[in-house]
Structure formats: structure tokens, C-alpha cells
Design a protein around this ligand. Structure first.
Ligand code: PRP
Length: 207
């Protein structure tokens, strides 16, 4: 059996992805999340898991150091990497939306949009025929309109709690997001049987 390396996202998505792998019969150790280990081997299955930042999962897969990965559609849309999308796991569901302070209209010639999704945001406003200025941030995006850095944000909404607690309202629903199983194109060809088997096992667990 050929060895398979799977890149898993650390953080929020991890828990649901972990549950799904356990359901699919993968014998993952219980303390994965508590431990600081970044590589977990399952010799009985000839599988090796690497734990990466969610934004970095497609990078590992595109470069072929991971054959398979679990990545959010938000990250895939933003990065447009050369990977195959094999399966919608329908976990970690959320959406990308624009938001801002209540009752504010965009009158400026080029309103400022703060986001950690510059490509998604530019594409969205270009399609709408609206000219905007994109301000790239790495996190705590909700701060931007509060402190006067931007007129709107484009960000992930999951429970809506962060918007609410920071006095922001949603303006536009941009796109739905969920986690996807992705593969390196060469691995997909060379390790097709193994990968198809994994897809089959996971497909059964998609709700
Ligand atoms: C994400 C996103 C929002 C928040 C949405 O941030 O950027 O800020 O979660 O979730 P909610 O609708 O359930 O409140 P994350 O926690 O990943 O941290 P970040 O600010 O570092 O991007």
C-alpha cells in the first residue's frame, strides 16, 4: 500500500473534520488537539496527517507534499490553487458577506473595503460594476469600520456573533462556504485507487 499524506486544518475546522475522519473509521489518537504535534502517523492505514494553518492547506497540496487536504471553499476561492476539488464535506458551513455600520450608504467614489479575502472581494465588486479600494487585513476585520479604516468589510459570517457584538450589520451575502476535500493532481493520478477509497469512505459520512 502506498503512503498517503493528508493536510488537516488546525483551529475551528479541525474538530468537525476530525469527527468525520473518526466516523469514516480512521483510528486517530484522541489527544490530537491537545498535543502540539504537527504530524501524526497511522501505520496500520499507511496514512500520515499533517496539521497546518487553514490558509496553508492548499499550498501543501499544490506542492504535492500532501496528497490530500481539507480546505474551506473561502480559501480555495481566494487562492485559486492548482488542486482538484473532490468532495464537499458539508462541514464548517458559513458564508462570506459584506458588512458595516448600520444605516451607512456607500456614497464615496471608491469606498474602502477591509478584508482578508482581497481576491474574492475585488471579484465580487468588479462583477457588480462597483469601484472599490481593497484594504488587506489578516484578522479582527470587524475593527475596520468601527475605527474608521474602512466603509465595509468582506468577511466570513458563521454564527453572526462577531458582527453583532461589534455593532455591525450585514449588507450583502456574497457566497456560501463549506469544507472541501482536495487533492494534488499528480497524486490523484498516481494514487487514484487509494484516494478513491478515501473519498468513498468519507462520502458515506457526508450529511
Ligand atoms: C472569523 C471571521 C469572523 C468570525 C465570524 O474570524 O473572520 O471574524 O470568525 O464568526 P461568527 O459569525 O461565528 O462570529 P476568526 O475567529 O477566524 O478570527 P480572525 O479575526 O483572526 O480572522
Amino acid at each position: 500500500m502506498t503512503e498517503l499524506t493528508i493536510a488537516m486544518p488546525k483551529g475551528r475546522i479541525f474538530e468537525e473534520a476530525y469527527e468525520m475522519l473518526i466516523q469514516a473509521g480512521f483510528d486517530l489518537p484522541e489527544d490530537v488537539e491537545i498535543s502540539r504535534k504537527l504530524m501524526i502517523e497511522i501505520p496500520s492505514e499507511k496514512i500520515r496527517f499533517i496539521l497546518a494553518k487553514p490558509m496553508d492547506v492548499p499550498t501543501y497540496v499544490e506542492h504535492g507534499v500532501a496528497d490530500i487536504g481539507i480546505a474551506g471553499k473561502d480559501v480555495l476561492l481566494e487562492q485559486g490553487r492548482a488542486v482538484h476539488e473532490l468532495l464537499d464535506l458539508k462541514i464548517s458551513k458559513c458564508y462570506i458577506a459584506s458588512a458595516g455600520l448600520p444605516n451607512t450608504k456607500l456614497n464615496d467614489i471608491a469606498p474602502r473595503i477591509a478584508t482578508k479575502y482581497p481576491t474574492v472581494a475585488s471579484h465580487y465588486y468588479r462583477e457588480k460594476g462597483e469601484q472599490v479600494e481593497i484594504i488587506g487585513l489578516n484578522g479582527s476585520i470587524e475593527l475596520a469600520p468601527m475605527i474608521g479604516l474602512a466603509d465595509r468589510i468582506v468577511d466570513i459570517v458563521s454564527t453572526g456573533q462577531t458582527l453583532k457584538e461589534n455593532g455591525l450589520v450585514e449588507y450583502e451575502h456574497i457566497t456560501d462556504v463549506s469544507s472541501r476535500l482536495i487533492a494534488n493532481p499528480v497524486s490523484y493520478r498516481m494514487k487514484n485507487e487509494r484516494i478513491q477509497n478515501l473519498v468513498k469512505r468519507l462520502k458515506k459520512c457526508v450529511k
